[in-house]
Ligand binder design. Structure first.
Ligand code: FE2
Length: 270
């Protein structure tokens, strides 16, 4: 992989993000989209992870089931859905291929196509085009010291204002992390909680970042970013994962995602 030029590095350090067009070829993007299509066609999702129950007790059971499904997904390929895509019995209200927000979190380990493109990600989540509210990645992937996590977001098709491109608050990566998601002790419910609260970000500070197919967006772990809902008729596929500078870094034992004996975090350099 080519190095960043001094001006690109300076822009990343100033803004907290950087667009690199032409990172993947059209053929590489098409191959990954084809695999996504095959996985969605074959997907098998437990009913308790897609059913909306009506009573409070059942709601709690559903929430706990969904939490377990999420918290144990770090070393598996699982599907996460948009809101409102199921009826009360768990039947799809929209075509299944249009129901998914993301697939995570171990495609890099289990799927040969994604493995060949990113052989050493820490975490990855193919985003299929859903809304993502304003956040800092370090709220979920906390390290000490901060500043050791880098997001890689690759557009597998054009990301536009109409289909949910990324938006950033340039320069917001220097103000620390105000909210953290913490994994609760095993067996407790709910399985996660938040320390602190997400500030109310001024919508006027966000800058849209439309990019063409194949572009890579580098995302500083503390920069504030979001995606608007995809209001277009089509998809907006992206492949996203995170890298961590491991030397001298403590991966918080409270993060929801933890390396396992079966799937430790792979090293980029050995
Ligand atoms: Fe993010």
């Amino acid at each position: 992989m080519a190095c960043l030029s001094p001006s690109q590095l300076q822009k990343f350090q100033e803004d907290g993000f950087l667009v690199l067009e032409g990172f993947l070829s059209a053929d590489e993007c098409a191959a990954m989209q084809q695999r996504i299509g095959e996985m969605v066609a074959d997907m098998d999702v437990p009913l308790h992870c897609r059913t909306e129950f009506s009573t409070q007790q059942e709601e709690q059971l559903r929430a706990q089931g969904s939490t377990d499904y999420f918290l144990s997904s770090g070393d598996k390929i699982r599907f996460f859905f948009e809101k409102g895509v199921f009826d009360e019995k768990g039947n799809f209200l929209v075509p299944p291929e249009k129901s998914i927000n993301k697939i995570g979190h171990a495609l890099h380990a289990h799927d040969p196509v994604f493995k060949s493109v990113t052989h050493s990600p820490k975490v990855q989540q193919p985003h299929l085009g859903g809304e993502v509210s304003p956040h800092q990645d370090a709220s979920f992937l906390y390290t000490e010291p901060l500043g050791r996590v880098l997001g890689m977001w690759i557009a597998l098709e054009d990301a536009t204002l109409g289909n949910g491109c990324l938006w950033f608050i340039p320069g917001s990566h220097t103000s620390g992390v105000s909210r953290r998601m913490i994994r609760a002790p095993a067996g407790s419910a709910p399985g996660t909680s938040f320390l602190g609260s997400e500030p109310v970000w001024d919508n006027g500070l966000f800058v849209p970042t439309p990019v063409p197919r194949g572009a890579l967006v580098l995302i500083h772990g503390e920069v504030v970013h979001k995606s608007e809902p995809n209001l277009s008729e089509g998809s907006r596929h992206a492949y996203t994962f995170h890298l961590m500078e491991a030397a001298g870094t403590v991966w918080s034992p409270e993060n929801w995602l933890q390396p396992t004996a079966e799937l430790p975090f792979p090293a980029l350099y050995t």
